[in-house]
Structure formats: structure tokens, C-alpha cells
Design a protein around this ligand. Sequence first.
Ligand code: CUA
Length: 152
Amino acid sequence: PLEKKWLYIALGMVALFLGSIFISLAVGIKPPSNVETIDPARLHLSEEFAEDNLGVHIQPDGRITVIMVAGRYGFFPRHITVPADTPITFRWASIDVLHGVHMPMTNMSTMVVPGYVAEVTTTFPKPGDYPMLCNEYCGLGHDYMWSKVTVV
Ligand code: CUA
């Protein structure tokens, strides 16, 4: 009888988890960093993600935007320099598969889902060199997928 009760509780939890997966698929819940849709096959035609527009941009109001492309196997541009103590808005798009962006020792982490622009705003308090690593397995070169962020 007691075992049965726990069995029902366990089955109930499985149903709850499966149910939440189906609901999230039906409603189309995405990571909050996915701010816009973009066609990965036409990324090269996008003005924002064109090769000559990648990198650090200072907006007229002083805000800083960094435009980057994630692809097997790197984040491009490979090296960027940004100021400390300043809010920086990163925008990434993937040219191929799912990648993850992670910067150890900072609070910067997000997924880069093909078909979406991922946007994260963060402030780096301490100057230094930070690696920007991929934390979603994306193929044989995954371990070598990184770039460098210099905070000055
Ligand atoms: Cu890109 Cu792992």
C-alpha cells in the first residue's frame, strides 16, 4: 500500500514532466535571449551579420553593441576588446548548428540557436582577458571553438 502510493507519486511526476515538455513545445517557449528570428541560410545577406559589420560598435548614445557570428568552429571576430564597467549588448547568430556561448568567471552564458538572434547585455567589472567558449556540443571541433574578449 505504501509502495503503491510512492509509485503513483513517481508516475504523477513523470506525467508532469512530460506534460510540461509538450506544453512548452505547443506554446513555443524559447530561451529569453532569442530576441529575433533570422534565416541561417541567408545570414550572409543580413546587413547586421555581414562580415564587415562584425565586431564592436559604439552607438550614438554611448551604448556598446557587439555583433558576432557563431559557426563551426569559432566565434567571429576571434578577438574583441571592450571597456570594463560598461553595459555591453552582445548579439550572436549561428551560421550552422546549435552553439552555446559561455565566458568563465563572468555571468555571460546563452545558447545560440540557428534561426534566432541571441542577445545578452552584461557588464564586466574586471579588466582582463576572458575566453569565450562554446558549451553546446557542435561537432568534432567543439573543444577548439572559442574566441577571446579583452576587457580594458
Ligand atoms: Cu560550437 Cu560547441
